[in-house]
Design a binder for this molecule. Structure first.
Ligand code: PEP
Length: 252
């Protein structure tokens, strides 16, 4: 089964609007000779700027979160109708930083996935992964399968297969520690088998699974060469046009 690689940047809480526009100008000058799909998931304040800057190009644009209600007394939150008006392609759901610092739960991830899948064509990028204690206790598969089962609860196959899953071991995010290609492949293969057991082999064969956790130009080629790793979710290295372009070019 051939799947088109997908490399997405997660800018986290970085770049003002002026910096975002400057980044877009610099990124458009990079030589990209990869057929991989690409996108940047940027802060809410940068969405319209980045969307406009990449209009008419192959670059997709995504948000990093969405609320599951349409409107109401949810100070500081942003709703799906607000995102739809910008014309976004992607939205990250359940990033470990949101789970850790903002009490995002599998239950809220499930509601957000349902909201996006039922009411928009915005593709969710669902993040799952174990922390260091869980990895050291040998519980990584248990943690990841429990997240996947809870996050996809009640979502039918025809919608579930639109989701991109990012395997992000928390101990490798922003730490400079990367899961080795074999370690990352083992977990991405496990995620595909878990998805097949929930849905079907056919759906699992189509599923795009990214690896995320200190991916950079130096390690991207080896990670992306693994059969179950279909792309990357890139934090730090997505802030630098040359580095993100080099990762894209490593995706064959
Ligand atoms: C991320 O934010 O999803 C991520 C993987 O970050 P980094 O590449 O900086 O580890």
């Amino acid at each position: 089964m051939s799947r088109t690689p997908f490399i997405a940047g997660n800018w986290k809480m970085n770049k003002t609007m002026a910096e975002a526009a400057e980044f877009a100008d610099a990124f458009k000058k990079q030589e990209i000779h990869s057929k991989a799909k690409m996108a940047f998931c940027v802060p809410f304040t940068d969405l319209a700027v980045v969307k406009k800057a990449f209009e008419g190009t192959e670059v997709g644009v995504g948000a990093q979160n969405v609320h599951f209600e349409d409107s109401g007394a949810f100070t500081g939150e942003v709703s799906l109708p607000m995102l739809k008006e910008i014309g976004l392609d992607y939205c990250i759901i359940g990033h470990s930083e949101r789970r850790q610092y903002f009490h995002e739960t599998d239950e809220s991830c499930n509601k957000k996935l349902k909201k996006l899948l039922n009411e928009s064509s915005i593709i969710p990028i669902l993040c799952v992964g174990e922390n260091l204690d869980e990895r050291e206790a040998g519980k990584e598969e248990e943690v990841v399968s429990s997240e996947i089962k809870a996050d996809f609860e009640g979502i039918p196959e025809e919608l579930a297969e639109k989701v991109v899953i990012a395997y992000e071991p928390i101990w490798a995010i922003g730490t400079g520690k990367t899961a080795g290609p074999e370690q990352a492949e083992k977990m991405c293969g496990f995620i595909r088998r878990t998805f097949a057991s929930l849905y079907s082999q056919e759906a699992a064969d189509k599923l795009i699974i990214q690896y995320g956790g200190s991916m950079k130009p130096e390690n991207a080629e080896a990670l992306l060469a693994e059969p179950d790793i279909d792309g990357g979710l890139i934090g730090g290295a997505s802030l630098i046009p040359e580095k993100f372009a080099a990762i894209l070019n490593a995706a064959k």
